[in-house]
Write a protein that binds this ligand. Structure first.
Ligand code: G3P
Length: 217
C-alpha cells in the first residue's frame, strides 16, 4: 500500500519523508487555507521535497476553467496530480487532462457508480472519502470494498486512494481490502506506531536496565 500524506505542512511532510513513509502528498483547498500559504508556492515546495505524486486541487467548477487551472498546476512540476471534483464537469476535465498525459485525482467520491465514471474518464486516482461517510452513519469501508470489487471485475487501472482517513484502524481496514493508496494526516500515520503492550514492555526493560546498570555506550 502506498502512503500519501494529507497535508500542506512542509515540516510534517519532510519528517515523514525522511523516514521513507511518503509515497506522495494530497492537498485540498481546506489544507491550503490551513497552511496560510499561496497555493502555487507551497505546492512547488512540496513537489521539490517529494518524488511521488502531489495532488493539487482546482478551484473552478466549470470544465473549461478546471482544464486551464489543471494545465497551470501541472506546470509546477512533473509529479503534480491535478485534483478535480467528482462532478460532470470534473469528469470532462479529467478526460481532457488525462488525455494530455497528466495525472488526475478525482476527489469527493461517495459511491461506486461515481468511481466507475472516474475510471472511464481516465482518472489516475479515485478518492473515496471514508470518514465523511462514517460521519453520516454510513460505512466508509463498504465503499472502498465496493470499488475494489468493481474495479477488479473489469481490470480498471485507476488506483483507489482511500481518503478522509481519520484513524489508524481506517488505514488497516483499507489495506485489508486492498486500496492501492491511502492518504492520511501526519498525526494518523504517527498514531499507527502506538500499542500499549509496546509501552508496557519498554517500561519493564527500562526498569531492568536501571536495576542491572546495563550500559552499551
Ligand atoms: O483527502 C481528503 C481529506 O482531506 C478529507 O478529509 O477529514 O476533511 O474528511 P476530512
Amino acid at each position: 500500500m502506498k502512503f500519501f500524506v494529507d497535508t500542506a505542512e512542509i515540516d510534517a511532510i519532510a519528517e515523514l519523508n525522511d523516514l521513507g513513509m511518503v509515497d506522495g502528498v494530497t492537498t485540498n483547498p481546506s489544507l491550503i487555507k490551513k497552511s496560510g500559504r499561496d497555493i502555487i508556492e507551497v505546492t512547488k515546495e512540496i513537489c521539490a521535497l517529494v518524488d511521488g505524486p502531489v495532488s493539487a486541487e482546482v478551484t473552478a467548477t466549470d470544465a473549461d476553467t478546471m482544464i486551464a487551472e489543471g494545465r497551470k498546476l501541472a506546470e509546477i512540476a512533473e509529479n503534480i496530480a491535478v485534483k478535480v471534483p467528482l462532478t460532470w464537469d470534473g469528469l470532462k476535465a479529467c478526460k481532457v487532462l488525462s488525455g494530455e498525459g497528466k495525472m488526475v485525482n478525482v476527489t469527493l467520491c461517495f459511491s461506486a457508480n461515481q468511481a466507475i465514471l472516474a475510471a472511464k474518464a481516465g482518472a489516475t486516482f479515485i478518492s473515496p472519502f471514508i470518514g465523511r461517510l462514517d460521519d453520516i452513519n454510513l460505512d466508509g469501508m463498504d465503499l472502498i470494498a465496493d470499488i475494489r470489487n468493481v474495479y477488479d471485475n473489469y481490470a480498471f487501472e485507476t488506483q483507489i486512494l482511500a481518503a478522509s482517513i481519520r484513524s489508524a484502524n481506517h488505514v488497516l481496514e483499507s489495506a485489508r481490502i486492498g486500496a492501492d493508496v491511502m492518504t492520511a494526516p501526519p498525526a494518523v500515520i504517527k498514531a499507527m506506531v502506538n500499542h500499549p503492550l509496546t509501552d508496557k514492555g519498554l517500561d519493564a526493560f527500562l526498569k531492568d536496565i536501571a536495576a542491572a546498570e546495563i550500559k552499551i555506550l
